[in-house]
Every structure is written in structure tokens, then in C-alpha cells.
Design a protein around this ligand. Structure first.
Ligand SMILES: C[S@@+](CC[C@H](N)C(=O)[O-])C[C@H]1O[C@@H](n2cnc3c(N)ncnc32)[C@H](O)[C@@H]1O
Length: 237
């Protein structure tokens, strides 16, 4: 287990009271629903022309479903705009496509992304696809400066290194990974958790997390209808 005082974690301060999590409205699901839908309707966000799922090594899959994925990333934008977080932690950053949506909607937020950032060397062409390099190029192109990318296996963590009002869970979706990541997300003391790809595979882990780990701590859930599905969990303050 990695604990504080080692590795990349030294560089991630736990904010003190001054930066403590802001009190948010969105106290009921109707309010979240209305704000989210307004933000989604007004969303003009477009994927970056050079760095997005539509340009990456496996782009054919995304290009064949372009409208569905554009809708998905705009939903992610609208969630971030709705919450307007101070700090975003994402478990499973990959090449930063979703981070682009979250940060475009909340450009003042601090972003910390965790991933193993495995290179893809299976392609015939070269050089290998390096997700963290792409993410850095994307963030530079977008002008995002307040971010950290942490290369780590999430299973080496017993807690996250700082508080975050918004934590996104989008790493492994098998039962053990999903459940462990949801529990890990809680250690940042979030106000909102977004479970991306919350559909079929992730469902049992989400249900166990809600019934066993969020007992008495869940204010509401807000499912979002996009490819793969998303689920917002609002925790009680
Ligand atoms: C579905 S992708 C994330 C996509 C990204 N959030 C987006 O929408 O653009 C899942 C990511 O989780 C990472 N991942 C899976 N298991 C992990 C683990 N145990 N530790 C760290 N990263 C992991 C993978 O490397 C992969 O990049």
C-alpha cells in the first residue's frame, strides 16, 4: 500500500480548512436534474480536433458511434458544469478525453488524474500510443494548467491523497475493481461521485457500495442516459 509520505503523493497537499469543500446547493435531485439538463442543452463543447477518442489509435470504434459519444462527453461536461467543483479527482484518466470535458466546464478546478497510463503497443504502426503524453498535449492545447497526472495502480492505494468535492470513477469495471474504486473515491470525502460506464458490468458493485458503504450517507442518485451509462451519487454533507 502507498501511504502519504511516499512517491507522487508528496506533491499532492491535503487542503486545509481554508480550501475546505464548498457548501453546494443541488440539495435535491429535481434541482440537479433541471440544472444538468439546462447545461446539457446549452453545451457547445466539441472534442479537441487533435486529441480525443475520435483521433486516438482505436478511433474507428468511436467514429462509428460518433453521435452517441459526443452526447456522452457533453453529458460529462454538463455534470461538471452543474457541480462546478473546486477539485476533480478522476480514477481512470486514460488520454484525458473525459478530463477535457470536465475541465472545459469547470476551468478553475484543480484536476488530479490517476491511471496506469499503459502504452498501447499492439498496433502495426508506430510509435506506441502513450495516453499520458496525449493528455498533457491536450491539456496544454486547451490551456489547462492546474492538473496532476499520477501514474499508479489504484490497487496500490488505500486512500486518495486529498479531498475532492467531485470524484469520477472510470477505471476497471469488473466487480472487484469497481467496488474497490468506489470505496477509494469515498476517502476523498467527495460531495459528488460520478460513476462512468455504470451499466451492466459495474452494476453489482455499485449496488453493494450503495447498500453497504453509503448507508445513511446518500442524498440521491441521478442516472444519466448515455452510451455505457452514468450515475451521479450525491452524498449527504
Ligand atoms: C475507460 S478508460 C478511462 C477513459 C477516460 N476516463 C475517458 O473517458 O476518456 C479506463 C482507464 O482506467 C485505467 N485503469 C484500469 N484499471 C486501473 C488500475 N487498477 N489502476 C490505474 N488505472 C487503471 C486504464 O488504464 C484506462 O486508461
Amino acid at each position: 500500500m502507498i501511504r502519504y509520505g511516499s512517491s507522487d503523493f508528496d506533491k499532492v497537499p491535503w487542503p486545509g480548512e481554508r480550501n475546505a469543500i464548498i457548501k453546494m446547493s443541488l440539495s435535491n435531485v429535481q434541482e440537479f436534474d433541471e440544472t444538468f439538463n439546462r447545461n446539457l442543452q446549452e453545451c457547445k463543447w466539441e472534442p479537441h480536433p487533435l486529441y480525443s477518442v475520435f483521433t486516438q489509435y482505436d478511433r474507428e470504434y468511436y467514429l462509428e458511434r460518433r453521435a452517441a459519444f459526443l452526447h456522452k462527453y457533453r453529458c460529462l461536461y454538463a455534470v461538471s458544469k452543474t457541480i462546478s467543483p473546486k477539485t476533480i479527482i478522476e480514477l481512470g484518466t486514460s488520454a484525458g478525453a473525459s478530463a477535457d470535458a470536465y475541465l472545459s466546464a469547470s476551468p478553475k478546478a484543480t484536476y488530479i488524474g490517476f491511471d496506469i497510463f499503459a502504452e498501447n503497443g499492439d498496433r502495426d504502426d508506430s510509435p506506441p500510443w502513450k495516453p499520458d503524453e496525449i493528455a498533457r498535449k491536450l491539456f496544454k492545447a486547451r490551456g489547462f494548467k492546474d492538473y496532476q497526472l499520477i501514474r499508479i495502480d489504484l490497487r496500490a492505494l488505500d486512500r486518495l491523497p486529498r479531498r475532492a468535492d467531485f470524484v469520477v470513477v472510470d477505471a476497471g469495471h469488473d466487480f472487484d475493481s469497481e467496488y474497490s474504486d468506489l470505496r477509494l473515491a469515498l476517502t476523498a470525502e467527495p460531495v459528488f461521485i460520478l460513476v462512468d460506464d455504470s451499466g451492466a458490468e459495474a452494476k453489482p458493485a455499485i449496488e453493494k457500495f450503495i447498500s453497504e458503504d453509503l448507508k445513511g450517507r446518500l442524498a440521491y442518485t441521478f442516472p444519466i442516459n448515455y452510451i455505457g451509462g452514468g450515475l451521479v451519487l450525491k452524498l449527504v454533507a
